[in-house]
Design a protein around this ligand. Structure first.
Ligand code: GLN
Ligand code: ZN
Length: 769
């Protein structure tokens, strides 16, 4: 009996970004729907061929998506918001409208809410439910995808998002009554799944993978009854189907106690993130008929798998359960990895050899399964893998003593500013000389086409450094002039030299690598290229001082230095796995500390260290939050605390989810002098957090939405400030947009900021008494 292999999903972009390009062309009316669907089909088939040709037994179907797999299920289950579903648009355009809004030919539909997919950097579209939700099989996408793969000769295993997780990911939508509980819909949803399972089975599916990642969350424990009810009905109504219940991104913990009693044929577990759960899971399923799918090859990082170690782990499972009950798999879908290392042209071969992207991970899964059946058959592959793992381990042992010693020598008092906030505020008031309700922006100004063209030319070597820098200086001169004309109080240099707020720093830090084709989906057609941390991180030379000092030289007003924080740089990278994330974060923090000190020396009196990703790094299990927040907060403080009292340290967050006490407390603990927060879409939600917990320092909840070209009136913005004064002292409040303005045009930005400055003046009058 040979051990079988599977992968749980694959990147959707296409090796040459075919799908992304086709989507954007379709949205811009440059290609027809038929052309879009043809490209999508080609890429699906190419994906199946890639997976199969690497030697994997089961090929997943239904995981390809034109935008988002959660939204796919909403469309299939007839659960798009009513306005979108009944818009008169085609089914596909209604789907895209729910994904990204639609404003054409008199149809005006907003995008639905997007949220992070568990602790990954992928974002899904939040389903909206109400008492009126009428689930039914609205399309046959899961079946079509399966049949397409089967017809093309692949051993397909359909993948469905499980009903408990699907409901849990959603929220009460329009028309829902107060107190509506989306789980009240479960009994209406089960028959639709049953229909789907039976149709898939009739179409020839033997196994069906059903994803219930909620089982690795604390919340999973609340739904034991629902799991039992749902899966019992599945087994009764679709008895011929073998269900592979998939969990990923964490450990089941006590949830295994009810999962083991479910009538399922297989259980997939994540042994990349939580290898330690294996023994407990084995004991739990030993007395059942449940087979185990061992997620040994990481779907979340880009490191080569240590195959020898993985074989040992798998053998321990085989010894207890027998080979026929074991499948080897990726820990999660591979959609969180780039497609292949063979596309990388810039990285040194010895570095590239440490990595394994989606295609190479398929091969690892296949080699592991074969090794467990007959080790000699893959002896070459195993030997090569062992040599590569050894080379990387040897390299990793080579830590940088200067960086390590410096970090080890950090004392607790190094994390603290010289004086507490109230003392600093007085000192800073003298230096900064700000009016009440000071105005500022978050950092970036419109990244015009001209900026992108010049940067591309510089990167291609078409213009020299001096020419490029002169261009950037002119841009800075321009934004300083514009801000002075607008009458803003604390100015920024506009970030024209930055491609991306995290990449810009990554490229200037030693210890990080930058693959050039390693695209990973953030949402829809938006892809990012996260850097990879490979070694101890340090700052070889100043990264931003030149531009900030230049900008300050152009004005008497305070110029804000602008850095990306250590937690955000870490969370938007692929971290090393040989040392804890905490250590990597603190190394980045020390590098930034040097930058902060240099900015201070260059005469900069306000420094903003952005941490938009601090909250997204939250562990899935609440009991791990406090440890995470501790090192995250310490890293920020390590980066920012070396300056004198007279320097205003600011931070910025692109979310307003402060409902959890711990998040709010962590923002307080940063001990920044001023924080700006995205707020314009949800003021009540954000501001209510302040009734429970007072924020002690200065704060600027955004007064307009930077994602929209809309120009709110000054009166609208004053109203927001007035609302804030119900929760915050007038002396604490700054007036600023939600976030950076890089995606806006200058016309929009100018009009928006004119009204913002007028709003601040109005607030000063109203509250001067
Ligand atoms: N300083 C950055 C900007 O203004 C902040 C971006 C962000 O928070 N995502 O663009
Ligand atoms: Zn932001």
């Amino acid at each position: 009996m040979s051990v079988q292999s599977s992968v749980l999903g694959f990147p959707r972009i296409g090796p040459q970004r075919e799908v992304k390009k086709a989507l954007e062309a379709y949205w811009a009316d440059k290609i027809s729907v038929d052309e879009l669907l043809k490209i999508a089909k080609e890429q699906r088939l190419l994906t199946y061929e890639t997976i199969k040709s690497q030697g994997v037994d089961f090929v997943p179907t239904g995981t390809f998506s034109l935008y988002d797999h959660v939204l796919d299920f909403s469309a299939t289950f007839n659960a798009l918001p009513e306005a979108h579903a009944n818009s008169g648009l085609s089914a596909l355009d209604a789907y895209f409208a729910a994904a990204r809004g639609h404003q054409k030919n008199g149809v005006d539909l907003p995008a639905t809410e997007m949220k992070k997919w568990f602790d990954s950097n992928y974002h899904y579209l939040v389903p909206e439910f109400s008492e009126n939700t009428q689930f039914k099989l609205n399309n046959t996408k899961p079946i079509d995808d399966f049949e397409e793969a089967k017809a093309a000769g692949y051993n397909a295993r359909p993948v469905l998002l499980g009903p408990i997780t699907y409901l849990w990911l959603g929220k009460a939508g329009k028309g829902a009554s107060a107190g509506f509980d989306q789980f009240s819909l479960l009994s209406k949803l089960i028959p639709v799944y049953v229909e789907l399972l039976n149709k898939l089975s009739q179409a020839g599916a033997e196994w069906i993978q059903i994803d219930e990642p909620i089982l690795v969350m604390d919340a999973g424990a609340n739904y034991a009854e629902q799991f039992k009810q749902t899966y019992t009905e599945f087994a009764k109504a679709a008895p011929s189907v073998k269900l592979m219940l998939a969990t990923y991104f964490g450990r089941l913990d006590a949830n295994i106690n009810f999962v083991k009693d479910l009538p399922i044929a297989g259980l997939h577990i994540d042994l990349d993130r939580n290898p330690e759960q294996l023994n407990e899971i084995i004991s739990a399923v030993a007395g059942t008929k449940i087979g185990l799918s061992l997620g040994l090859v990481s779907g979340r990082n880009i490191w080569k798998t240590d195959l020898a170690a993985a074989i040992k782990t798998a053998q321990s499972a085989i010894a207890k359960l027998g080979a026929e009950r074991i499948v080897i798999a990726t820990s999660s879908s591979l959609q969180h990895c780039p497609i292949t290392i063979t596309a990388e042209k810039k990285l040194k071969p010895e570095v590239l050899d440490w990595f394994s992207f989606a295609t190479e991970k398929c091969a690892e899964v296949a080699v592991l399964a074969k090794a467990l059946t007959n080790e000699a058959s893959v002896a070459d592959a195993l030997a090569k893998n062992a040599a590569s793992i050894k080379a990387r381990r040897d390299f990793e042992k080579n830590s940088d003593p200067a960086v390590r010693q410096r970090l080890a020598a950090v004392k607790p008092e190094d994390l603290n500013r010289k004086s507490p906030f109230n003392v600093r505020k007085e000192v800073q008031q003298k230096v900064l000389d700000l009016p009440p309700f000071p105005t500022t922006t978050i950092g970036s100004f419109p990244q015009t086409k001209e900026i992108r063209v010049q940067r591309a030319k510089f990167n291609k070597g078409e213009i020299d450094q001096a020419t490029y820098e002169k261009f950037i200086e002119d841009e800075i001169r321009d934004v300083v002039k514009r801000q002075e004309a607008l009458g803003l109080d604390v100015l920024v240099h506009g970030e024209p030299e930055r491609n991306d707020m995290s990449q810009y720093f990554g490229e200037r830090l030693s210890g990080m690598e930058h693959p050039d084709s390693a695209w990973v989906q953030s949402f829809g057609s938006r892809y990012v290229r996260p850097p990879i941390i490979v070694a101890d991180v340090f700052r070889p030379e100043p990264m931003t001082v030149r531009w900030s000092a230049f900008a300050q030289s152009l004005t008497k007003k305070t110029m804000k230095g602008m850095l990306t924080g250590p937690v955000t740089i870490l969370n938007w990278s692929f971290p090393r796995v040989d040392v804890p994330r905490e250590l990597q974060c603190k190394q980045i923090a020390l590098a930034l500390r040097d930058e902060v000190i240099d900015l201070e020396k260059a005469g900069i009196r306000a420094i903003q260290v952005d941490e938009p990703a601090i909250r997204e790094g939250l562990p899935l299990r609440q009991k791990e939050w406090s440890a995470y927040f501790r090192w995250a907060v310490d890293s920020f403080k390590l980066a920012t605390s070396a300056v004198d009292d007279n320097v205003n340290i600011a931070s910025h967050f692109c979310y307003s989810d402060f409902q959890e006490e711990a998040t709010m407390q962590s923002i307080i603990d940063l001990d920044a002098d001023f924080v700006s927060i995205e707020n314009s879409k949800s003021d009540a939600k954000l501001l209510k957090a302040f009734t429970n917990k007072k924020y002690p320092a200065d704060i600027g909840p955004g007064v307009f939405d930077i994602h929209s070209p809309r120009v709110p009136t000054a009166e609208e913005m004053v109203a927001r400030v007035r609302e804030m004064t119900k929760y915050l002292g007038p002396h604490q409040i700054w007036v600023n947009p939600d976030c950076g303005l890089k995606t806006r045009t200058w016309n929009e930005t100018t009009a928006q900021l004119e009204n913002l400055v007028a709003a601040a003046k109005q607030a000063r009058q109203e509250f001067s008494a």
